[in-house]
Ligand binder design. Structure first.
Ligand SMILES: Nc1nc2c(ncn2[C@@H]2O[C@H](COP(=O)(O)OP(=O)(O)OP(=O)(O)O)[C@@H](O)[C@H]2O)c(=O)[nH]1
Ligand SMILES: [Mg+2]
Length: 254
C-alpha cells in the first residue's frame, strides 16, 4: 500500500532535518512519499528542503506564497491532498506537523489501523487513557482541553481530540475532503474535515499518543487564529446540522 504524508511547514529549520530522518527510519520498507507544503519559509527551511529533493529522498515539495496574516496550515494540507489524489494512487494519507510534536515512531501505529481496514480514519488522541502530553505550557493545555470539550458538545462525544493534526485516513475519506468546497483554510480546517467525516459516518478510531509540545522554533499560532476559530466553530456547527438534516431527508425519501 502506498502512503502519502502531508506535512505543512513554515520556518521549521530547527526541526526539519531531525523530522525527515526520523520519518525515514520509521518507514523503512514502506512505499511512501512525504509531500511538504511550504508557504515561503525565510529561515533556511527551504534550502534544506531543496537539498533533500536533490538527494532524491522520498520528498515532493510544494511551494506556495503566504497570502494571509494568520496560519494557513489548513490550506497547505488541502493543496497537498489535492496534489496527492491527482498524482498517484496513494491508499493511506497521513497528516502531521513539522515541529516534532507528532512522533514519527508512532506512524506505523496509525498506518496499520487503516491498512488492516479497522477504521477509515485514525486519530492520535492526546486525551485517551495511556496518552501523554509533555513540554506544553499550562495555558495551552487548558485552552486545548476546553476547546475540545466544546467541540464534543457541538458535534460528537465519540471524538476526544478534534485539534490534534496527527491523523491517518484511507482514500475514500480523502476524497470526501475534496468532494465539495472547504470553507476554512486556517487551523480550524481540522475541525471542518472532522465534521465532514462524521456527517458521512466514516469509521473513526482514536489511539493513544505521546504529544511533545514544541521545543524548537516559533509557534505560528496567533491570537487572531483563536478568535477566528471561535467564530468558525459556530458556523461549522450550523452547516453540520443543516447538512445532517438534508442527508436524513434525502435518505428517507429514497
Ligand atoms: N505551509 C504552512 N504551514 C504552516 C503554517 N502555519 C503553521 N504551519 C505548520 O503547521 C504545523 C503546525 O503549526 P504550529 O505552529 O506548530 O501550530 P500548533 O501545533 O497548533 O501550535 P504550537 O503549540 O505552537 O506548536 C507546523 O509544521 C507549522 O510549521 C502556514 O501558514 N503555512
Ligand atoms: Mg505545533
Amino acid at each position: 500500500m502506498k502512503i502519502c504524508i502531508l506535512l505543512p511547514v513554515l520556518n521549521e529549520v530547527t526541526n526539519i532535518v531531525e523530522l525527515i530522518t526520523r520519518i525515514e527510519n520509521a518507514l523503512i520498507n514502506q512505499i511512501y512519499i512525504i509531500c511538504i507544503i511550504d508557504d515561503g519559509s525565510k529561515d533556511g527551511t527551504l534550502n534544506l528542503l531543496h537539498k533533500f529533493v536533490k538527494e532524491q529522498r522520498n520528498i515532493h515539495l510544494i511551494q506556495r506564497v503566504k497570502v494571509a496574516y494568520g496560519s494557513m496550515r489548513g490550506g497547505a494540507l488541502y493543496d497537498g491532498l489535492v496534489w496527492s489524489l491527482q498524482n498517484d494512487d496513494y491508499d493511506i494519507f497521513v497528516e502531521m506537523d513539522g515541529d516534532l510534536s507528532h512522533r514519527p515512531e508512532e506512524l506505523l501505529k496509525g498506518i496499520n489501523i487503516i491498512r488492516q481496514n479497522n477504521a477509515d480514519v485514525a486519530i492520535a488522541s492526546k486525551y485517551l487513557k495511556g496518552s501523554q502530553v509533555t513540554s506544553r505550557p499550562w495555558g495551552r493545555l487548558i485552552i486545548s482541553r476546553l476547546c475540545n470539550m466544546a467541540l464534543q458538545c457541538l458535534f460528537s462525544f465519540k471524538i476526544t481530540d478534534y485539534s490534534n493534526g496527527y491523523r491517518f485516513y484511507n482514500r475514500n475519506s480523502a476524497e470526501l475532503i475534496t468532494k465539495s468546497p472547504i470553507r476554512y483554510y486556517s487551523p480550524i480546517y481540522l475541525t471542518e474535515v472532522m465534521t465532514r467525516w462524521l456527517l458521512y459516518s466514516c469509521r473513526i478510531q482514536e489511539f493513544s499518543t505521546h504529544y511533545v509540545g514544541r521545543n524548537e522554533g516559533l509557534s505560528k499560532l496567533r491570537i487572531i487564529d483563536l478568535i477566528k476559530a471561535g467564530v468558525a466553530v459556530f458556523h461549522l456547527a450550523m452547516l453540520y446540522y443543516y447538512f445532517k438534516f438534508r442527508l436524513k431527508i434525502t435518505t428517507e425519501s429514497k
